[in-house]
Design a protein around this ligand. Structure first.
Ligand SMILES: Nc1ncnc2c1ncn2[C@@H]1O[C@H](COP(=O)(O)OP(=O)(O)OP(=O)(O)O)[C@@H](O)[C@H]1O
Length: 761
């Protein structure tokens, strides 16, 4: 076998060639961008529009080329016939079109992740290459066909299993940002990443099995493989909290994919940003599918026959507004099957024509057209008629309807007769209260039922008619300049003038409630309620979904404990696929076992997981007689862990997880102890306590706040308190299961004797 350092040198020269090519393409792209930007301001609208699209294209490409700097090359495949291919973050070739590097998403790269000694096809060997900046620091070979003559080139150093790169990445300090796993994607993960686009795919797996990582790499894979489709419609990522979205937001850019839009349920509707959280019982009531009926009932209740019907005087003629006419006009409007506010226009039109008939009946002659027209105008201007018609068919906006529904107990009872008095009390609130996250899908549902806000609609119509006349002006102007037929539309010119074409796809998608995405990734999907799902389905009628979650981690009362129960209703029976991940990459075996045993003893349905690492003494338990001493110990442990794991270079994360009831007190006492500790310098104290919450290297959290996140070390304080303050034993167990499975290195569980009576971990 050839010498290890010789092989490092060989790989270094290949890596140098790749970076040299990357640099050359960057310089070339930058030069093209500068050239396009420098083109004169005297160009025709067509040329300007063309220039702008080229500039946008070069800008995107430059961003992509810059984002792949880190670990550009990470693998090599050796074929039986002696050919070799290097695998990297992007594909690169020489100016003569000879391949230098294969994009990890290309089909030719698939064996790098999926080939096994049993199924290796024509691959004899796989090599993992580790870089530090642009230098090769190690290589590791995995022989797939021991009989191949080419394996003599396998390096002797490193293991022959490819575990080295994986374990090094798993044991590294956490940075508060998820990193990509492109160099070490495992076979079972890769098969999910490369699944077809068009069927909903559920990825179920225990904590730390890489569900989030897989979902993000799948998004990158789909964007690469179906670029035409997805570039136009976009990809939406839905996560459980802004902190989680912040945690994952570097992954796709590091894979060269920008422009994916990420949202929580609370900010999925343009113009409303809900952060308030309902009580768990209220959230469950609001997430129930029957709220569809309640909203439909609430809207329908605003279509009625007013108790007092006026008699109008039109040009001296008495015109009575009758129940029969109102009912007929309402039926006309209902038959359109349009949303409430749009159907209302038919109702009004119908009423005006029925009242015109009544007016004519009051005359003893056949009126001229002008008189009829005049009578209709008078009807339209009548304040009395306007009030009557509003009572008969009330124009409403969605927020008003939801606010109204939850502020009047008797009305809610009428719309949702299945709710008992206690449940009504749970959700009732003063009128004008802030919207909660659970209100957002209800507002979305109401928007569907009602259609656009009538006031906004008027503004849009006014704007559209302005746009039409502006377009006509531009068309006239273009034809007088001889530019008709130049290929550029008046609308494009107008968009340039109004700067609206500067919006990126994700900005346009995010601002448009009716935008439909080409693919949606849903993370922590087990927490979503039936109403959340309705909102998401509207945004992706093609049902192209990647849904990742763990039904053992469900803490929302309205969430799902069975994918079948929830998703059969959403997509239809047999209309979605499920895949399971089984390897825990995050937790040491000891932590994984402790958490798994606890979850199973509490009756949670847990997926089987095998952890890839063991870390002796990674679980520690302490018991105290008083809560005061338990909190003291929590803080002392946290300080120990800070000194062990937290570095001043920003790496290393420690979390204390406890119930909200004691969080503030722990936080306050932690700060005091950190300031007084002689193991934390003043400078370090100031640095740690001035970090923004999202980037904090030490933090105190409740279990909900750490969903999907990970830390080097976790101190779980007084878990029984979390359990007794939880809405159900099952949701407490799920919360504690989440809390216990956050650390990559160390879990400390601190309880009082009393707490141990409540729950035993
Ligand atoms: N193939 C891999 N190579 C390297 N690291 C990996 C791999 N798969 C997963 N990881 C790492 O394991 C950790 C857990 O992954 P991830 O957060 O995606 O798990 P999860 O299943 O979503 O967990 P949870 O259900 O607890 O939210 C992350 O640090 C991730 O980068």
């Amino acid at each position: 076998m050839s010498d290890y350092s010789e092989q490092i040198r060989e790989e270094q020269s290949m890596v140098d060639e790749s970076y040299a090519r990357l640099d050359a393409i960057r310089v070339q792209t930058k030069a093209r961008l500068d050239e396009v930007r420098a083109r004169g301001a005297h160009e025709s609208p067509t040329q300007r529009s063309e220039r702008d699209s080229f500039a946008a294209m070069y800008e995107d490409r430059l961003i992509q080329l810059r984002s792949v700097e880190d670990r550009l090359v990470f693998g090599r495949l050796d074929h039986e016939d002696g050919t070799q291919h290097h695998i990297g973050r992007i594909g690169l070739s020489t100016p003569e079109h000879e391949t230098i590097l294969i994009d990890w998403r290309a089909q030719a790269a698939q064996p790098f992740y999926e080939a096994t000694p049993q199924h290796h096809g024509d691959i004899a060997m796989r090599r993992h290459i580790t870089l530090k900046f642009r230098d090769v620091v190690s290589i590791e070979d995995e022989v797939l066909n021991i009989d191949s003559s080419h394996v003599t080139s396998a390096s002797q150093a490193g293991t022959l299993t490819g575990e080295g790169a994986l374990l090094a990445s798993l044991s590294s300090r956490r940075t508060g940002r998820m990193t990509d796993i492109v160099a070490t994607i495992q076979g079972e993960q890769d098969r999910i990443i490369r699944s077809p686009l068009n069927r909903p795919l559920v990825v179920q797996g225990g904590p730390g099995t890489g569900k989030t990582a897989v979902a993000l790499h799948r998004a990158a894979y789909l964007l690469y493989t179906h670029r035409q489709t997805l570039q136009r419609s976009g990809v939406l990522i839905v996560g459980p909290s802004p902190a989680f979205l912040h945690y994952i937001d570097q992954v796709l850019p590091s894979l060269g994919e920008t422009g994916v839009i990420s949202r929580t349920i609370g900010n999925l509707l343009p113009g409303i940003h809900a952060t308030a959280v309902d009580d768990p019982y209220a959230a469950r009531i609001k997430g129930d599918r029957r709220m569809v009926k309640a909203i439909a009932n609430a809207a329908a209740s605003r279509i009625r026959v007013p108790s007092a019907l006026p008699v109008l005087k039109i040009n001296g003629v008495r015109v009575a507004v009758t129940r029969t006419d109102i009912e007929q006009a309402q039926n006309d409007a209902r038959r359109t099957h349009q949303p409430h506010n749009i159907a209302r226009k038919t109702f009004i039109k119908s009423m005006i024509s029925l009242l015109t008939v009544r007016y004519k009946e009051g005359l003893d002659y056949e009126p001229e057209y002008s008189e009829v027209h005049n009578a209709q105008e008078t009807l339209r201007m009548s304040e009395t008629l306007r009030k009557t018609l509003n009572t008969a068919w009330l124009p409403m906006n969605a927020q008003w309807l939801i606010n109204d529904m939850f502020s009047k107990p008797h009305r809610l009872k009428q719309f949702a007769p299945w709710l008992d008095d206690n449940q009504i009390r749970e959700v009732i609130r003063p009128t004008g209260s802030k919207f909660t996250i659970s209100d957002i899908p209800l507002i979305d549902e109401a928007l569907e039922v009602l259609g656009p806000d009538p006031h906004e609609q008027e503004l849009i119509e006014a704007r559209n008619s302005r746009t039409t006349s502006d377009e006509k002006y531009i068309n006239d102007m273009m034809s007088s300049m001889g530019l008709s037929g130049s290929g550029v539309s008046a609308r494009t010119v107008l968009a340039h003038m109004e700067d609206t074409d500067d919006l990126t796809l994700s900005e346009r998608a995010g601002a448009d409630r009716e935008w439909t995405y080409g693919h949606i990734v849903v993370d922590e999907a087990q927490e979503l309620t039936a109403m959340d799902w309705r909102m998401l389905i509207r945004r992706c009628p093609s049902h192209s979904f990647t849904i990742v979650g763990d039904v053992a981690q469900t803490s929302a009362l309205g969430g799902t404990h069975s994918w079948n129960t929830m998703l059969d209703r959403v997509f239809g029976t047999d209309a979605w696929d499920i895949n399971e991940l089984t390897v825990d990459y995050r937790n040491p075996q000891e932590v994984s076992d402790t958490a798994g045993n606890f979850a199973a003893s509490e009756g949670l349905y847990i997926s089987t997981v095998n952890a890839v690492r063991t870390v002796p003494d990674s679980v520690e338990r302490k018991t105290f007689t008083t809560i005061h001493s338990a909190i003291d110990s929590t803080i002392n442990h946290a300080i120990d862990l800070i000194t062990t794991y937290v570095s001043s270079d920003g790496s290393g994360r420690v979390a204390i997880i406890c119930d909200t009831e004691i969080r503030d007190e722990i936080d306050k006492r932690l700060r005091i102890s950190m300031r007084n500790s002689d193991r934390i310098s003043d400078a370090e104290f100031n640095r740690l306590t001035s970090q923004p919450a999202w980037d904090a290297q030490i933090g105190v959290y409740n279990p909900t706040e750490v969903k999907g996140l990970e830390f080097d070390a976790v101190v779980l304080c007084e878990p029984g308190l979390i359990s007794s303050n939880s809405p159900s034993r099952l949701s407490a167990a799920a919360d504690l299961y989440v809390a216990m499975t956050r650390p990559t290195q160390k879990l400390v569980i601190i309880q009082t004797e009393e707490d141990k009576e409540r729950i035993s971990l």
